[in-house]
Design a protein around this ligand. Structure first.
Ligand code: SF4
Length: 313
């Protein structure tokens, strides 16, 4: 018997999954369609930093079908066809994923977001960005769009430890993130936070403290994945020099399940694992597909007779 109402925690998954959240909200299966709208990142072009985060190779987290040269409408059409066929999804959220999708003049953002919303099956947008790259005008724009459509702002935090943020060359601090949450909360759109576990120097306890901190904030969903080194990154070089030792699969599953137990059950879970194309993935190479990994963490909760939020105060 779950300690939470079924409306909150899916009784088989044992978590508040984002898919479950969207189904309750829209009454049908909703999928996210990734697009590349040609943005860059201030942590690469010199305005915040250069070189980017030490693990960043955007081709490791973007589908191959999304390229900025392909018109947005074609990317959306292809993504919708794929998800309709594969999952039978009926409605779609266009996900501006690659790089920093609020980094540009507001009229350009308005044009890009509006084009995404023109498709009749698109119910909203999800916009990935950095906590230090969201200005008042962009927030006003998102708040305006959120009056008629679903909007989720995805903030890349990754770690709540400034020493780690500095060592991975994030170019922003925990306070930048807290300021961003203050600025964007209560504006009628959802907030998602991106987290990574397994940074050099990070203990399991350090990581688990993040669950408590996030739980106390007005955050609607999270995405979590393991730190992995992909070709062409500083992290890959560190791995080859023995300076980055990835988590084992068992460690990650245990710590992710612990994290979920501590997390506020009101916060939905968008992702529990990250993958990279095999040809560029250096380490860890667990050989587990996204779906299996998602269920490996959920099975760990099941094995414990536990669920998301069971240890949330
Ligand atoms: S903020 Fe995102 S896009 Fe920019 S360098 Fe870091 S991981 Fe890459």
């Amino acid at each position: 018997m779950l300690p939470f109402p079924e409306q909150l925690i899916h009784k088989e998954l044992l978590i508040n999954s984002y898919g479950y959240h969207l189904r309750k909200k829209f009454g049908c299966r909703v999928s996210k369609v990734n697009v590349d709208a040609g943005f860059t990142c201030p942590n690469r072009d010199g305005s915040k930093g250069t070189g980017g985060c030490i693990y960043c190779n955007n081709s490791s987290f973007s589908p191959r079908e999304t390229l900025p040269e392909i018109p947005l409408e074609m990317q959306i059409k292809a993504g919708i066809a794929y998800h309709k066929k594969r999952l039978g999804s009926e409605k779609f959220i266009v996900y501006f994923q690659k790089y920093t999708n609020t980094y540009g003049p507001t009229d350009h953002l308005e044009e890009i977001y509006s084009r995404a919303l023109e498709h009749p099956d698109v119910i909203g947008i999800s916009v990935g960005t950095r906590p230090d790259s969201i200005c008042d005008e962009a927030i006003e724009l998102l708040a305006r769009i959120a009056k008629k459509h679903y909007v989720c702002l995805e903030l890349g935090l990754q770690s709540m430890d400034d020493t780690i943020l500095s060592s991975i060359n994030r170019g922003h601090t925990v306070n930048d993130f807290l300021d961003a949450v203050n600025m964007v909360s209560g504006r009628g759109f959802e907030i998602c936070v991106h987290l990574i576990h397994g940074f050099p120097g990070e203990t399991a306890d350090d990581f688990l403290k993040t669950a408590g901190a996030i739980s106390a904030m007005p955050i609607n969903s999270i995405k979590l994945h393991q730190l992995h080194a992909v070709k062409g990154t500083l992290l890959a070089e560190m791995y080859l020099r023995g300076e980055f030792v990835p988590l084992t699969l068992e460690e990650y599953i245990t710590n992710a399940a612990d994290f979920l137990e501590l997390l506020n059950p009101e916060i939905s879970i968008q992702r529990l694992y990250g993958s990279a194309p095999l040809e560029i993935c250096i380490a860890p190479r667990w050989g587990v597909k996204n779906n299996s990994m998602w269920f490996a963490v959920l099975n760990e909760l099941k094995k414990r007779g536990s669920c998301q939020g069971i240890r949330h105060p």
